[in-house]
Design a protein around this ligand. Structure first.
Ligand SMILES: C[S@@+](CC[C@H](N)C(=O)[O-])C[C@H]1O[C@@H](n2cnc3c(N)ncnc32)[C@H](O)[C@@H]1O
Length: 249
């Protein structure tokens, strides 16, 4: 069912045209980090570390490079910078307020090491075969069509390069006795509204999870896009998963 969500004069189309998505994240950029921790009960940091760990072992080399797309406030990029000190980390997002929030934070840690790229995951401003890994955390479900993001990731990856997706799982199974769906439908929009002042944005984010493909379907999608060795791992009681694929060597 198609629904336009309104709040404070803002409306977000569940069909997620890029301009709406960018505007949405600009509106919640300030609240994004604290809300992430509150709404995930502090589990989000562990999920992002798991994503970075899923890249091991990375090919070493002087010009090793990892691209984090839909990087937002650099939560994943900073973990990557910590875990892979030999590699250059590039963080790409099309919402500048999110990137700038992240930059402020990262400067205190390893900001010098993270290169910011303002751009669209569907048209990466990078040459062919120049990165060893592409990561995307809690971003793929906002990108339409996903096929364009897959094609771009494959284009910029070197042969053998890794693609990793961290995302909430869309499942019809009653996870945690139905509490997960209750949380997405009721708690997330209400709590998000309370803390960020923007219910429509958090309603939209919950809706994107229910419109995201189930894990097996996403595997098929990644295979069709041309990734090799596609697989997934689901954890935290079935709430979150990492999808992996490689660019054929
Ligand atoms: C939920 S945030 C995730 C941020 C970060 N990866 C994290 O783990 O917290 C999603 C981000 O995806 C970005 N985004 C959505 N569609 C995009 C696109 N087509 N190109 C680049 N960035 C995009 C948004 O601007 C937003 O910052």
């Amino acid at each position: 069912m198609r629904r336009a969500l309104r709040s404070g004069g803002e409306s977000f189309s569940p069909d997620s045209d890029a301009a709406s998505v960018r505007r949405l994240f600009a509106l919640i950029a300030r609240a994004y980090d604290p809300l992430n921790s509150i709404l995930s009960f502090g589990l989000d940091a562990g999920w992002r570390k798991k994503l970075a760990d899923s890249l091991y072992p990375m090919p070493s080399g002087r010009d090793g490079r990892i691209l984090d797309i839909a990087a937002g406030t650099l939560e994943v990029s900073m973990v990557l910078a910590e875990r892979f000190p030999e590699h250059e980390i590039a963080a790409l997002d099309f919402c500048l307020p999110m990137l700038l929030r992240g930059k402020k934070k990262a400067m205190k840690q390893r900001g010098d090491k993270i290169r910011l790229l303002s751009g669209d995951a569907r048209a990466l401003p990078l040459r062919d075969a120049c990165v060893d890994a592409v990561t995307v955390a809690f971003g793929l479900r906002n990108i339409r069509p996903r096929e364009r993001a897959y094609a771009e990731a494959l284009r910029v990856l070197r042969p053998g390069g890794r693609f990793r997706v961290l995302e909430f799982v869309n499942t019809e199974k009653p996870v945690l006795f139905g509490l997960y769906n209750f949380y997405l439908d009721r708690v997330l929009p209400t709590a998000g509204s309370f803390f960020s002042g923007n219910k429509a944005a958090y309603r939209y984010l919950a809706d994107t999870i229910s419109r995201y493909p189930a894990a097996e379907k996403l595997d098929e999608e990644m295979c069709s896009a041309g990734f090799a060795g596609v697989r997934h791992e689901i954890f935290t009681a079935g709430i979150v998963g990492i999808h992996s694929g490689e660019k054929a060597a």
